[in-house]
Design a protein around this ligand. Structure first.
Ligand SMILES: NC(=O)c1ccc[n+]([C@@H]2O[C@H](COP(=O)([O-])OP(=O)(O)OC[C@H]3O[C@@H](n4cnc5c(N)ncnc54)[C@H](OP(=O)(O)O)[C@@H]3O)[C@@H](O)[C@H]2O)c1
Length: 243
């Protein structure tokens, strides 16, 4: 299958993290020109040495930085992958400072990148594709996820509205909603036998996702193979939200 991504320029935020880096690797394999972003310039430099991507570090919470980073880019695609898990808390005991920070990074950060990237994409008039990395936490109620789920639910809504607004410019906007990838951040909660065990028992595929399990659907949605798909929030969850 020809993804049509050869020589197209794709920005990946969160590229200094697990899912973002896996996406960069797969996009480079497909011949795309990849711009990898995050805050940790050292990790991005290592990824660039490994893959040949270029780097553009910026902070998703600082609008001026995002605007400056997007200026002059000739983008075909964007992967909004940068994000933060926040805390495990209930609506009764949540720390609203954490809530604000999760929304700032996951939701407002996705909006800022979409805002400034799509301005250039619309002006170029050559179409494009945006993929937002949401979560299964936006699709079903998960205990302890009040802030994170709220932030990703808003990303799903943003995906649909952006698909509506950008569609006439031949820019598709979709989301992927992965289940748990067992990163160090996930380990402290989902790695608990009393939490992870019952969860996996209700999931048809009965295993955690890998970074590569997420990168494949992201690249598919960016590609010409998904040319008629827009406004979709695609679970990458081993069937968890289907049963
Ligand atoms: N891991 C999971 O179980 C899971 C499941 C579903 C969805 N997701 C989503 O998938 C995405 C990637 O997750 P991951 O597991 O790969 O996480 P990760 O390894 O912790 O990576 C997070 C990425 O987000 C970046 N980031 C965080 N705050 C930022 C900020 N203020 N400005 C710029 N970049 C920032 C980090 O960059 P720096 O470290 O350089 O700051 C890093 O590149 C996130 O949106 C996450 O919510 C993850």
């Amino acid at each position: 299958m020809d993804t049509g991504l050869r020589d197209r320029t794709i920005l990946v935020t969160g590229a200094s993290g697990g899912i973002g880096a896996a996406t960069v690797r797969l996009l480079v394999q497909e011949g795309a020109r990849v711009i990898a972003s995050g805050r940790d310039a050292g990790i991005l430099t290592e990824l660039a040495a490994e893959t040949g991507c270029v780097t553009r570090p910026f902070d998703l919470t600082v609008e001026e930085e995002v605007e400056q980073a997007m200026s002059g880019l000739d983008l075909y695609g964007v992967v909004n992958c940068g994000g933060w898990g926040g805390e495990i808390a209930t609506p009764m005991d949540t720390d609203t400072d954490v809530f604000d920070k999760v929304i700032d990074i996951n939701t407002r950060g996705t909006l800022l990148v979409t805002k400034y990237a799509s301005q250039g994409m619309v002006a170029a008039g050559t179409g494009g594709s945006i993929v937002n990395v949401s979560s299964q936490a936006s699709l079903v109620g998960l205990k302890g996820h009040i802030s994170y789920a709220s932030s990703k639910g808003a990303v799903d809504a943003m995906t649909r509205v952006s698909a509506l607004e950008l569609g006439p410019h031949n820019i598709r906007v979709n989301a992927v909603n992965p289940t748990v990838v067992m990163t160090p951040m996930s380990e402290c909660y989902w790695g608990r036998e009393d939490i992870g065990g019952p969860f996996l028992n209700t999931m048809p595929l009965r295993r955690w996702a890998t970074e590569e399990d997420c990168a494949g659907p992201i690249v598919f949605l960016l590609s010409d193979a998904a040319a008629m798909i827009s406004g979709v929030c695609l679970p990458v969850d081993g069937g968890f939200t289907a049963v």
